[in-house]
Design a protein around this ligand. Structure first.
Ligand SMILES: C[S@@+](CC[C@H](N)C(=O)[O-])C[C@H]1O[C@@H](n2cnc3c(N)ncnc32)[C@H](O)[C@@H]1O
Length: 220
């Protein structure tokens, strides 16, 4: 798993300059699902101290910052953080290069923890580790927000490679210069998401669209 983790981090570091194309493919229905979620995220973040995990190019950071009190945005890939720093942000935003599997300083608590397009990359056998880590960083009544893809949001070149012994789906990804990477990309039905999250969290909202799903969770 360590090799696959570093392949993913390397892939995203190399992809930083072209990553945001995913948000601007010419598909109005798909675009609308994202724009609707932007409205909900702004609302969720009002006056909140936010921890954003795997912030990437800062696509969600910019919207979180419009209503939040403060955003700490972490990502493992330096090139992603460099891209994210170019975004216009409103509230104070601190970008930190960090591994989500080893989050710094558990004494710091957040009202909202945001993970955009991360959960599909997280190994299934490590959900408990992730959830416990998120809970340890949540302030009382704090919330967790996530968004991720359903298969129709993927482009046509996203071939599946194999399933591992834990049921993780591995896919080939290609950069525009042709370089190939193999990374975890899991997909979920609505009922599977309810089962995964329902054991550990109160599901405040689950929006299951054609292209994307999103959740707002509270610790129980
Ligand atoms: C699919 S992108 C999502 C970016 C952004 N959240 C968004 O929604 O547009 C996944 C991000 O996870 C980051 N990442 C990969 N492994 C990580 C790790 N171990 N710790 C923190 N970030 C990681 C990548 O660098 C990449 O920016």
């Amino acid at each position: 798993m360590a090799d696959k983790r570093s392949e993913m981090a390397h892939y995203y570091d190399e992809r930083a300059g072209e990553y945001e194309q995913i948000y601007f493919r010419d598909d109005a229905a798909r675009r609308k699902e994202i724009d609707d979620e932007v409205v909900r995220v702004r609302e969720l973040a009002i006056d909140k101290k936010v921890l954003e995990i795997a912030c990437g190019t800062g696509y969600w950071t910019q919207y979180l910052s419009e209503t939040a009190k403060h955003v700490t945005a972490i990502d493992i890939a330096p090139q992603m953080i460099e891209e994210a720093r170019k975004k216009t942000t409103i509230c104070p935003v601190e970008f930190v290069q960090a591994d989500l599997n080893h989050l710094p300083d558990t004494s710091e608590k957040y009202d909202l923890i945001a993970l955009g397009f991360w959960f599909s990359h997280h190994p299934r056998q490590e959900y408990d580790l992730l959830f416990n880590s998120l809970k340890s960083h949540l302030a009382p009544a704090g919330k967790i927000w996530m968004i991720d893809n359903n298969p129709p949001a993927e482009g046509p070149t996203q071939d599946s490679s194999y399933l591992d012994e834990n049921g993780n789906n591995f896919k080939k990804r290609f950069l525009s210069d042709g370089r190939e990477f193999t990374i975890i990309k899991n997909y979920f039905s609505e009922s599977e998401l309810r089962e995964i999250y329902g054991q550990q969290f109160k599901i405040e909202r689950l929006t299951f669209g054609r292209h994307y799903w999103a959740v707002a969770l509270m610790a129980m």
